[in-house]
Ligand binder design. Structure first.
Ligand SMILES: [Zn+2]
Length: 241
């Protein structure tokens, strides 16, 4: 499954469980965790056996062990993030080729091998999930909140990498490249995530150059965001010159 489907499943699992448990969930962190298991695609350049795709980083044993300190510290607040990780392996990749679900206890490949990644069925499911989850994100205001400058929004750089990687692979004709029909939702996410990152960068720059003064009233937030974007674009233009 591509990032489009993983974002959607992660959002539905994370938001759904956080609503049930009546706890808050950080959306940028949710989006990053939704695609984080695929970091093996990057790590395999260091050790292709340990970080074989859909191996160690997709195992529910790995997820559980890594989450233990967070369960101890944050208790039920950590559960929605665990649900996001589980959605990646148990739903997203389980039905599109399988994973080493119990690595290192067992290296048996578990899952459904009938839906090929990039096939019409896979694309249709990912597109449908994208439509449902983004509509929900808009309704709850989570989508709009991504465009507000927040302290930890820079972590979205990882999520952006997961979207842009397969898009670039397509231009190079790689086997794991993005299907054409998933290009529009990928462009949507690439624009949304890069805008969020630029707004955050703009806010930081405006703080450095004194344009977003600390005494600014909350009512001026939209002005501040506009100012941040202007400063960011001015900065990008200056750097590119
Ligand atoms: Zn995966």
């Amino acid at each position: 499954m591509f990032a489009i489907g993983h974002f959607a499943l992660g959002y539905l699992a994370g938001k759904g469980s956080s609503s049930l448990l009546k706890v808050k969930i950080n959306i940028p962190l949710l989006l990053v965790l939704a695609v984080l298991p695929d970091i093996d695609l990057f790590l395999q350049q260091f050790d292709d056996l340990l970080f074989m795709h859909r191996g160690a980083t997709h195992s529910i044993v790995t997820f559980t062990v890594l989450m233990i300190p967070f369960f101890i510290k944050y208790r039920k607040q950590a559960i929605p993030y665990y649900a996001v990780l589980l959605s990646h392996s148990l739903i997203g990749d389980f039905f599109t080729g399988g994973i080493e679900l119990f690595w290192p206890v067992s290296q048996t490949w578990v899952g459904n091998f009938l839906v090929e990644i990039g096939s019409l069925t896979d694309v249709a499911v990912e597109f449908g999930l994208f439509a449902v989850s983004t509509a929900l994100m808009f309704k709850t205001g989570d989508l709009q909140r991504l465009l507000k400058p927040k302290k930890y929004n820079w972590i979205l750089l990882i999520a952006l990498g997961a979207v842009v990687g397969p898009m670039l692979a397509r231009t190079r004709g790689f086997e794991s490249s993005l299907p054409l029909l998933l290009m529009p939702p990928s462009i949507f996410w690439a624009v949304l995530l890069s805008s969020s990152l630029l707004i955050g960068l703009g806010k930081k720059l405006s703080n450095i150059f004194g344009a977003g003064g600390k005494s600014e009233a909350p009512a001026n937030n939209s002005n501040s965001a506009r100012q941040s974007i202007t400063i960011t674009y001015a900065y990008v233009i200056l750097v590119s010159l």
